[in-house]
Design a protein around this ligand. Structure first.
Ligand SMILES: N[C@@H](CCC(=O)N[C@@H](CS)C(=O)NCC(=O)O)C(=O)O
Length: 254
């Protein structure tokens, strides 16, 4: 029996990636929920696992693995179960292209919008001194700056506008891609679908002017196909916040 523990938040964005990969492969794992809105990721117990204080992280026996996309690749290669990378070299290249595009270019823009509209307002109720003490504990300076902006509503208009531009561009690119192939990068469900889906499943709710039945039919078809996978349904049951509830709203409308 595999000795796997996953430290994760909601089945969303980076945390959702290894959750879904493990579920698809049928790998049993211990779930360790890190409540990001209570800043569990900066507590000493978790910093002992991942000193960077970001989620997710996974342990497999004595191995400690970080970086969500690299963890997914490890899971796919280390465990038996359905292959999450196709054999064809060009398909693999496309899949890696999409994952890099999401992780390095588009993902940070989704994240900034999410932090300014959802995460920031959810933690802002705490007294200012408590927020300052929480910021003080964050190990990475860039994360300290991002949290300060989220907590005190300090994201600039220009940077938010650039993030929205990137999201619009990314959605159009994805719509085009899914007009050519059944899944992202190939005709088989792969790590690219898991990666992109975790950051785009809520597009019809968060960006209805960009993603809708009328404007992006290929994305809507793909979202529904992925949503209906048993591994996705099981993973989403692990959600504890309103994010999980949003999934059912999305499906009602597709
Ligand atoms: N490149 C890392 C990024 C991890 C990351 O930014 N995770 C976010 C959650 S999606 C996080 O830990 N946020 C909490 C924080 O920065 O305190 C990965 O892909 O694992």
């Amino acid at each position: 029996m595999a000795d796997v523990t996953l430290y994760h938040w909601e089945p969303n964005a980076n945390s959702g990636k290894p959750m879904l990969a493990l579920m698809e492969k049928g790998v049993p794992f211990q779930s360790h929920y890190i409540n990001m809105l209570e800043f569990d990721q900066h507590k000493p117990e978790y910093l002992a696992i991942n000193p960077q204080g970001t989620i997710p992280a996974m342990t497999h026996g004595a191995r400690v693995l970080t970086e969500s996309t690299a963890i997914m690749e490890y899971v796919d290669e280390e465990f038996s179960g359905p292959e999450l990378m196709p054999a064809d070299a060009q398909d693999r290249w496309r899949i890696r292209w999409w994952m890099k595009f999401m992780d390095q270019w588009l993902g940070p823009s989704f994240s900034m919008i999410g932090w300014s509209t959802f995460v920031g307002p959810m933690v802002r109720q705490k007294p200012k001194e408590e927020l300052e003490a929480l910021i003080e504990r964050i190990p990475l300076p860039e994360r300290r700056r991002a949290w300060r902006k989220a907590m005190f509503g300090q994201f600039g208009e220009e940077e938010l506008a650039e993030s929205k531009r990137r999201v619009g561009f990314g959605i159009d690119r994805l719509e085009e891609e899914l007009g050519k192939r059944e899944y992202v990068g190939s005709d088989h469900y792969s790590l690219a679908d898991i990666n992109i889906f975790n950051s785009t499943y809520s597009l019809p709710l968060s960006h209805p002017h960009f993603a809708s039945k009328e404007r992006t039919p290929n994305i809507m078809r793909w979202l529904k196909t992925v949503y209906l996978r048993p591994a996705v349904q099981e993973t989403w049951k692990m959600g504890k916040t309103d994010l999980a509830h949003r999934y059912s709203l999305i499906m009602e409308d597709i």
